[in-house]
Write a protein that binds this ligand. Structure first.
Ligand code: AMP
Length: 113
């Protein structure tokens, strides 16, 4: 599905990109909910994790591993961070292109709202 994230991947709209490889892109969230708030997205337009195919498992793992690498690079690995994937209306999903939220830089509440 074509979304605003497709346009970011194609560089048609600007984003503060912090990492890119052949399979994924990471950029700072435009409305940060923590001092560090980065989105890690696959270049493949998977709408949400519930719609990922069995064959996508390596890509899903790559997104998590990449998020952890970025956490180290931006200096929040030691203090701690949270990875979030919102799926569907009750999950709070707004953009139907799979994305992993990397949140850190402050203590995060649990349970989430
Ligand atoms: P979600 O609610 O899980 O679908 O998260 C979508 C996220 O995308 C939100 O945190 C938005 O602030 C973020 N977002 C929407 N448009 C942009 C954009 N152009 N650049 C960066 N982040 C965006």
């Amino acid at each position: 599905m074509e979304t605003i994230f497709s346009k970011i991947i194609r560089r048609e709209i600007p984003a503060d990109i912090v990492f890119e490889d052949d399979h994924c892109l990471a950029f700072r969230d435009i409305a940060p909910q923590a001092p560090t708030h980065i989105l890690v997205i696959p270049k493949k337009p998977i709408e949400r994790v519930a719609l990922a195919a069995t064959d996508d498992a390596p890509l899903l793992g790559h997104l998590l591993a990449t998020a952890a690498t970025i956490a180290k690079q931006v200096g929040i690995a030691e203090s701690g961070f949270r990875l979030v994937i919102n799926n569907g209306p009750n999950g709070g999903e707004a953009v139907p292109h799979l994305h992993v939220h990397l949140l850190g830089g402050r203590a995060l509440n649990w349970p989430p709202g």
